[in-house]
Design a protein around this ligand. Structure first.
Ligand SMILES: [Ca+2]
Length: 478
């Protein structure tokens, strides 16, 4: 290896902020003891990678006037041909690709000066904050950043836009008005199943269940993990941990906690994800553990982006009490849900992404139990008058007479008469949600409402074939 003199061939970036790391390429760089930035600001925070490469952290108060970078060693000093300066980030304008302005799913350009060190763009209102990392930007140059307004952006007037720089500092831009795009789809809250395999008996903290990180959807603060439970014994404790070093709780409060009588009545316990929990779960598996109970299923209630379809169903949330969904769970399955049905044929298709629903295959003339179930206890609901009974409905195209069906709902042996018009005449082949307020059906139903193992279902007459039903449920009225 021959002797070479100290020299700079290039460096990057050419604009800096306080604390920006600058990478310098050249020769004999292993002898460098000091790097001098414009206005004589010197840095000795140097990492020598090898004789051809070093990294230096920019000091504070570098001049905004460009000047060469100077390297000093015991043998002397050398200046760069390129110049460097402190970034003076300025905003000039928003440029919209959509005539309407900022619309989700359309492109938005922020034009300005010295934007190179922007690491992410934060879009927020008082309820919601989203961030667009530089990897997700369409283009980033020193004078323009172009990105797609995300479908899950906050919507409305006075949405805040903030540039966040690599050194952690930030700069607020003028507020914008974001409108929801018509194209694409919508974000809806859904129950996403994480585990639905063989039940896992926890024993005395003996056995736990892991949900691989790759099976977790993109989680956010406020999402709710629900663990379905059975065979709960005294002293039962639940636990949600992760596979980080030492298998810590996803947050301290979730390390272990008692399973309450209320949890047992409901058939599950729930944990609302905190900022810490989200951080701990990133890159790690979820561990469901504890003692003296059996895990039967694990799910998370989170926002899922749904492509625009012919689906106008209302969401199933963590507050929903499902009465009949025709899925095979807890020793229950679809055939139980019409065990009193006589003289007509129900079938249970699954082509809707594996979801099972009930389809009336033959027309009903006399009065029948269309649906019934009396062996799944849904616990106790407080203030039943604040709930609505709902079900998802799809009437196939070409079906007539649905609105003539005279129906009633049965809720824990309470008969709730609706009569004709219970079903609309058509849904044009689309899934919709039908909703009846308890207080409209029977004003005397108030206070605590205990299901026990009484009958829930639908009873009536004159129902045409081609009616499809799913998710008979109770939902609190917001
Ligand atoms: Ca279903």
């Amino acid at each position: 290896m021959g002797f070479s003199e100290l020299s700079i061939s290039s460096f990057y970036p050419t604009i800096v902020m306080d604390g920006t790391e600058v990478t310098i390429a050249g020769a004999a760089l292993n002898t460098v003891t000091e790097v001098v930035f414009p206005d004589g600001k010197s840095s000795t925070d140097i990492t020598i990678v090898d004789d051809k490469l070093l990294k230096v952290i920019a000091p504070t108060d570098v001049s905004e006037t460009a000047a060469p970078l100077v390297l000093r060693s015991s043998d002397g000093e050398v200046s760069s041909r390129q110049t460097i300066k402190k970034a003076k980030t300025l905003f000039s304008s928003y440029i919209y690709s959509d005539n309407e302005g900022a619309v989700t799913g359309s492109e938005l350009t922020i034009s300005g000066t010295d934007l190179l060190l922007v690491e992410k763009i934060r879009i927020s209102d008082e309820n919601k904050t989203i961030e667009i990392p530089s990897l997700e930007m369409i283009r980033k140059s020193n004078d323009a950043i172009k990105f797609t307004v995300p479908e899950d952006s906050p919507i409305g007037d006075n949405i805040k836009v903030t540039l966040v720089f690599e050194n952690g500092t930030s700069m607020n831009l003028p507020d914008i008005n974001i409108q929801e795009g018509s194209g694409g789809g919508t974000w809806v809250e859904k129950e996403v199943v994480l585990y639905d395999g063989e039940p896992v008996a926890t024993g005395g903290w003996d056995t736990s269940l892991q949900v691989p990180n790759s099976d977790l959807p993109k989680l956010k603060v406020g999402d709710v993990i629900r663990v379905y439970i059975s065979d709960v014994e005294s002293g039962a404790q639940g636990s949600l941990k992760c596979t980080a070093d030492g298998w810590p709780g996803i947050d301290t409060e979730f390390e272990y906690f008692d399973i309450t009588q209320q949890d047992i009545d409901a058939g599950y316990y729930m944990c609302t994800l905190t900022e810490n929990a989200i951080t701990n779960l990133s890159g790690n598996n979820l561990i469901v553990a504890g003692q003296n109970y059996t895990i039967t299923k694990v799910s998370v209630f989170t926002s899922v982006f749904v492509e625009d379809t012919d689906d106008a169903r209302e969401p199933i949330t963590d507050k929903t009490v499902i009465l009949m969904d025709f899925e095979t769970t807890e020793g229950h399955n679809a055939s139980w849900d019409n065990s009193w049905t006589q003289g007509v044929e129900l079938e249970f298709p699954t082509e809707n992404n594996g979801n099972i629903y009930a389809r009336l295959k033959t027309t009903v003339e006399g009065e029948i139990w269309l649906l019934n179930c009396n062996h799944v206890d849904r616990g106790t609901v407080s203030n039943i008058e604040n709930y609505a009974v709902k079900f998802d409905l799809m009437i196939e195209e070409g079906v007539t007479g649905a609105s003539q069906a005279a129906m009633q709902l049965i809720l824990s042996d309470n008969w709730l008469w609706v009569g004709q018009g219970f079903f609309p005449e058509t849904t044009n082949g689309k899934w919709i949600t039908v909703s009846y307020k308890i207080s409209d059906l029977n004003a005397d139903l108030t206070g605590d409402f205990t299901f026990g193992t009484n009958t829930n279902g639908m009873y009536g007459s004159d129902v045409p074939a081609g009616i499809n039903i799913d998710n008979l449920r109770l939902d609190p009225i917001e």
